[in-house]
Design a protein around this ligand. Sequence first.
Ligand SMILES: Cc1cc2nc3c(=O)[nH]c(=O)nc-3n(C[C@H](O)[C@H](O)[C@H](O)COP(=O)(O)OP(=O)(O)OC[C@H]3O[C@@H](n4cnc5c(N)ncnc54)[C@H](O)[C@@H]3O)c2cc1C
Length: 450
Amino acid sequence: MNINAEELEIMTQFVHGLCINDGRKFSNWGLSRSTQPAVYVEPISYADVQAVVRNTAQFPTPVRPIGSMLSVTETVINDGGTLLCTRKLDAILGLEVDDCGRQVVRVQAGCRLKKLNIWLQQQGWEIPFQAEIGEATVGSVSVGDTKESSLDGPGYFSSHVVAILYIDEYGSLRILSDKQDDAAFYEFTCSFGLSGIVVECLIEVRPASLCRANVTLHAYSSPQALSDGILQLREQCDALLAVVILHQLACFSEQRYRTDVTDAALNSSPLQCEQYRLAKRQAIQHGFDGSHLPQPQGIVFPRSDFVNEYWQPEEAENRLDFQYYEHDIGMFGRVIGESYRFTKSFEKNTGFVPTGWATYFVYRPEKERKPFGIYSGGSGISCSFDPIYCNPNEPLWQRFAKEYNRVAIDTLGGNASPIQTQWLQPGDVSIPRKLARERFTSPYYQQFLV
Ligand SMILES: Cc1cc2nc3c(=O)[nH]c(=O)nc-3n(C[C@H](O)[C@H](O)[C@H](O)COP(=O)(O)OP(=O)(O)OC[C@H]3O[C@@H](n4cnc5c(N)ncnc54)[C@H](O)[C@@H]3O)c2cc1C
């Protein structure tokens, strides 16, 4: 078959995946944000993504990629633009050794973290980042903000990514890697999809390991005792996740320890693990609305088991909503003190308190490896102290979150995230203009460009 250049040009604009342009709305997981794009598209090949980006007439600017739409902020809003969902580009393409001799997994951008974790576990490998959220997609977390208290890992997903294949603003397929592109690669991992649409990643893996955990409820007499207590709990273990009930000065701690197969044989407790996993998943799904949490001691498990799936909630159902702020660990005492003061005063005036505060600890790399956004303060340890509630649409929660932004960002100097901190104002987050291509930049992101 002979085709001329003009026909070839037209053919590269065909999209085989689903396209919906009937004006319907799409909502995030928590049903707190909805958007009405001109077109919603589900590419089934990289060529489809390229065709969408090239065809500005059929697919209006901005083109914003989405994965599972779990994000709580307006990052998912794209009224009148093109919403490009990667869910059908979700193949795990296999394990390989890269040019530097590192064991890596090659995976497509729409793959969910639970699927990837199970697959790796079956092959005897794992990624150190094993956050509770199994629905988040590889593409989103390789260029977005994440947090978790990892065992032997920094605690944010993009730190494990070594190469990214993406579609640029001209519709060309490009590759960036840490070893060959250095600064350009690390900048891309801070780009929230503004520099291009990720279609495939290479992620460094390590042999699968086991974790031992103790879960305990603690009560304290003052904010100072609470912050000292949490830092002490962290010192005692290899990684700590704490959920603080701030107005009551109490805290659930999950102390995580590295463990080996010998320990596992001695302490194996699959039933206790499963009971705890299910209770924890229920608590997260429902936004810590008072569900009972068991306090198992010495449970041993692969952490990938605790990467959970969450069902799509109904409007009337309790569901997780949260805010995110990063601070240096040296600020932890002040963060607890000021947050306690603000929370008690808000409670006195309105009767409202958040259901909990999630506390993670993340190791920051040198500035070159995380040039912008959260964790970009150079080597050190960060903590996050994140209020949680069980209904994103509750007006008092929204007011609390907006007013607390001023405490966390202005008074405490915390860093916020455009995908994990709601109700941000221009100036609260700064994204270098050089990272943003017009084709991929929505009004929400426009306001943060500097
Ligand atoms: C119940 C629940 C629990 C959670 N727990 C955690 C947790 O423990 N740790 C944590 O860090 N976060 C957690 N989160 C937040 C969540 O992980 C992040 O918001 C994550 O980015 C969501 O992934 P997603 O695929 O749904 O992204 P989406 O919400 O669909 O997209 C987010 C943004 O990512 C970008 N993006 C998406 N796909 C691509 C792509 N292919 N290329 C380029 N850019 C892209 C776009 O800017 C998009 O706007 C939780 C959220 C919920 C609802």
